[in-house]
Design a protein. Structure first.
Length: 336
């Protein structure tokens, strides 16, 4: 996606901090506690996905880049492989990445900064390499359209049990959740069908057992019950860090943590324990926590456990800064 101007991102973050005060994100001891990207080539990490073949490794990519993805060691933040895709065209706006149950990596070239100006977008698919080293691999390119017209989108999720692909579109007034045909075809167009409504989403991820779908936006993260028929059920807020450019989210391979990424060189990927797993702190410990560098909020603007006073006013103030700046940019350049 087009990055927010740095002053705008800083202003939005400052607005939150000014109202909320110090906030906390609980930590735990395993690899999924988080890491910092060390590779200077990773400047606009726009998607994040845990490898299935290589525990502790995470796939990411820049948005407007060559057809390549990076495998990053979740313990050190170092890039352990750069994979270049052969057999696909020049990417326009790669925004999402997911790993399917078949062991294939799916890259969503689904961004549309014209706000629905592209007649189609693309998904690239390739098998996860068995060996992590710099290499070029053959990839399949799928053409994607939406049954109700072109959409801007930044979230692509592959269900870990069925292998079905989903896209969540992005719009400040709310987007849609779209379902792919049962099997993608490299011939012709794959028409995605709208099956539900979602907020303004920048990324999403299924839990490893396929029972929950987490969607994140600029100032929220929600976990939805996944109904097997392919619908969203009851939802609840999820702890997530405040980041200047909220971009990626993924579960760790074992499902014990959620990892949240942001754009920018040398940025931090923040790990947050999933409630109900051994990695998560007890409610008493979380309530007593005062240190840390992140915060959490639900779509209702209420603070997550472990935060200290993140209020609806803070979210509204930061959102006003963000939305106002986006409208000014849209008026000047016509992008979304």
């Amino acid at each position: 996606m087009p990055s927010l101007p740095r002053p705008v991102a800083v202003a939005a973050l400052a607005a939150l901090c000014a109202v909320a005060g110090p906030v906390a994100v609980p930590a735990h001891a395993d690899d999924a506690d988080g890491f910092t990207f060390r590779d200077p080539r990773i400047t606009e990490s726009s998607g994040l996905a845990a490898s299935r073949a290589h525990p502790g490794v995470y796939w990411t990519h820049n948005d407007q880049d060559e057809p390549r993805v990076f495998a990053v060691d979740g313990r050190t933040g170092e890039t352990v492989a750069t994979v270049t895709l052969r057999g696909v065209g020049k990417p326009r706006d790669m925004e999402a990445i997911s790993v399917g149950p078949d062991g294939d990596v799916y890259v969503g070239d689904i961004g549309d900064n014209l706000g629905g100006g592209w007649s189609h977008v693309w998904i690239y698919r390739f098998p996860e390499p068995k060996d992590l080293r710099d290499q070029t691999v053959d990839a399949v390119q799928y053409t994607v359209t939406y049954e109700d017209g072109a959409r801007d989108a930044e979230a692509l999720m592959v269900h870990p049990k069925t292998g079905r692909v989903y896209i969540a579109s992005k719009n400040e007034d709310g987007g849609g959740l779209y379902e792919a045909p049962e099997k993608l075809s490299a011939q012709g167009k794959n028409v995605f069908r709208r099956i539900d409504e979602v907020p303004w989403v920048t990324d999403g991820a299924f839990s490893p057992d396929g029972t929950r779908l987490v969607l994140r936006g600029y100032f929220f993260a929600r976990a939805y019950e996944w109904i097997p028929a392919g619908r969203l059920g009851a939802d609840e807020r999820v702890r997530g860090p405040i980041q200047p450019q909220s971009e990626g989210v993924t579960y760790s391979l074992d499902g014990s943590s959620l990892l949240f990424s942001t754009e920018g060189p040398g940025t931090r990927v923040t790990g947050v324990p999933v409630e109900g797993t051994p990695a998560a702190p007890s409610p008493t410990a979380a309530a007593g926590s005062t240190g840390g560098s992140g915060a959490s909020a639900g779509t209702d603007g209420s603070a997550g456990s472990g935060s200290t006073g993140l209020t609806l006013g803070a979210v509204a103030l930061a959102a006003a800064v963000l939305f106002g700046a986006r409208r000014l940019r849209r008026g000047g350049r016509g992008d979304g």
